[in-house]
Design a protein around this ligand. Structure first.
Ligand code: FE
Length: 306
């Protein structure tokens, strides 16, 4: 399939119950850099190796979960074209004005068939990764905690994941990289707009609009083990791991922020190319697909969502 005009998941806005506790978690434990706060009290953060102004926005609310997920697209022409393609597909869009999120241009917002709010944007101010572009050093000194490099993907739960797959493939030109099938029924789907094994994923679930996890990239398996140490050191609620996914091959650990939103840090998926065919996992091998070592499902992992 043709490469997508969508570049990457560029930001996620998460609802948190206690803003300061959440900032301590994402800044001091996950290791994101706190960039700024806006007049609504939202906190903006980024991974040290991200070039744009922010990738995580925290908003205090009375229940946890995801407000929206934003994808950066290649230029304003592509943004306008995707907006009209979405409309032609039957998807209602809304333009969020430039500056509604600090340092971010206009966003085209719409709902996935599963009810999740997704937005596309073409412009966000450049901050850089602190290393410069001429003779840069390989990493930034003084980064805290797990030293997450960047926001990588989200896994979302809802009913009509077939509709999500159709919209993302047909309109936004994502590739389906992996799916889990139970007979004819697709129970999970992994999609990429890039060379990553996934940029977004879905699991079929009775309730729409649910958030399973936001994932951040680490450099090595050693760093995943070090993340596990940090989780123990600071009594962070551990979900699962460190372990290996069959799906995407990622080496991973899952844990919860203080509001109960699940986070993942991982390293080492494979390179996806657009001439590849999707990988298929069958429901009888679902244990191995999700947790390759244990080969067993975990009820908490599957059913706890925000
Ligand atoms: Fe993940």
């Amino acid at each position: 399939m043709a490469q997508s005009a969508v570049i990457r998941p560029g930001h996620v806005c998460l609802r948190v119950l206690d803003l300061e506790a959440a900032v301590r978690h994402y800044r001091d434990r996950v290791g994101l850099l706190e960039i700024e706060r806006d007049s609504e009290g939202r906190v903006y953060l980024k991974g040290w190796d991200e070039q744009d102004w922010f990738s995580v926005v925290l908003r205090e609310a009375d229940h946890p979960g995801m407000d929206f997920l934003g994808f950066k697209v290649l230029g304003t022409d592509a943004l306008a074209r995707l907006e009209s393609d979405l409309n032609a597909w039957g998807c209602v869009t809304e333009r969020m004005p430039a500056g509604e999120l600090r340092h971010c241009g206009e966003r085209v917002r719409f709902q996935l068939p599963t009810g999740h709010v997704v937005e596309l944007y073409a412009q966000k101010d450049f901050m850089g990764n602190g290393l410069g572009r001429v003779n840069p050093d390989p990493w930034l000194e003084g980064v805290k905690g797990m030293q997450a490099q960047r926001f990588d993907h989200c896994l979302l739960y809802g009913r009509d994941i077939d509709g999500n797959i159709a919209l993302l493939r047909d309109v936004l030109k994502f590739d389906l990289t992996e799916k889990v099938v139970d007979g004819e029924l697709v129970v999970a789907a992994f999609l990429s707009c890039s060379n990553k094994a996934h940029d977004i994923a879905f699991v079929r679930h009775a309730e729409d609009g649910k958030f399973h996890h936001a994932s951040f990239l680490l450099g090595t398996w050693e760093e995943v083990l070090r993340a596990a140490d940090i989780i123990a050191m600071h009594d962070i609620s551990l979900d699962l791991g460190p372990t290996r996914h069959g799906i995407t091959r990622g080496r991973t650990i899952y844990f919860f922020d203080p509001s109960g939103n699940r986070n993942e840090v991982f390293c080492g998926d494979y390179t996806w190319y657009p001439d590849h065919e999707p990988i298929i996992w069958t429901a009888d091998q679902i244990g191995r697909a999700i947790f390759y070592h244990d080969r067993r499902l975990n009820e908490n992992f599957l059913n706890v969502v925000t």
